[in-house]
Write a protein that binds this ligand. Structure first.
Ligand code: 5GP
Length: 203
């Protein structure tokens, strides 16, 4: 059976990852990795759906036991991808999306060189800042930290395979761009090494 695609979607705070992904969820083409984090849930977020909310001690134990495919310490909290679920979905031939930061994406790229890395961006940095203030879920200090983090991540954008822009009110279009990327990757010659044998009906 063909293995699924491991797709990483990163985007700075305010890029609209959640909204874009909610459109992708409507298709049956993907599974989403549920990350673990030590940060507190935001209003409306649910354990096991948005994240697994665990304590710092539990998180550190999981790192020690090799249960995290990758992890990062960001804005005073741990975030990480539980390994087992990702490996199971890929082995089932399904595509899985990891919504993780640049640091995590670079770790994934090292371990899974054929992962597809997609950077989702707001149209500009000033629009990102407007969006963060508009959603008013974080205090000023956190907003400043997140903006500084974005600036620090910019040099890594070139290490991604694709850049997708999420214009105001156009999350559906950004989701469509991601679908197009995934389709193109599935059809790429390098991901279909058995083409000749299939064509001559040898397998
Ligand atoms: P937030 O607190 O806004 O939900 O997420 C903060 C940042 O952590 C975002 O950039 C998000 O993509 C990233 N993040 C979420 N889950 C993971 C994860 O499992 N691993 C890593 N490395 N980053 C994550």
């Amino acid at each position: 059976m063909k293995k699924g695609l491991l797709i990483v979607v990163s985007g700075p705070a305010g890029s609209g990852k959640g909204t874009v992904n909610s459109h992708l969820l409507l298709t049956d083409d993907f599974r989403f990795s549920v990350s673990a984090t030590t940060r507190a849930p935001r209003p409306g977020e649910r354990d096991g759906i948005n994240y697994f909310y665990i304590s710092r001690e539990e998180f550190e134990k999981k790192i020690e036991n090799g249960e995290m495919l990758e992890h990062n310490y960001y804005c005073d909290n741990y975030y990480g991808t539980p390994r087992e679920a990702v490996e199971r979905v890929l082995a089932e031939g399904k595509n899985i999306i990891l919504e993780i930061d640049v640091n995590g994406a670079m770790q994934v790229k090292k371990k899974y060189p054929d992962a597809v890395l997609i950077m989702l961006l707001p149209p500009t940095f000033s629009i990102q800042e407007e969006r963060l203030r508009g959603r008013a879920t974080e205090d000023e200090e956190t907003i400043q930290k997140r903006l500084a983090q974005t600036k620090a991540e910019v040099p890594h954008f070139a290490e991604y395979d694709y850049i997708v822009y999420n214009y105001d009110g156009c999350a559906e279009k950004a989701a469509g761009d991601i679908l197009a990327i995934v389709r193109a990757e599935q059809l790429s010659a390098s991901r279909n090494p058995n083409t000749a044998d299939l064509y001559f009906e040898k397998i």
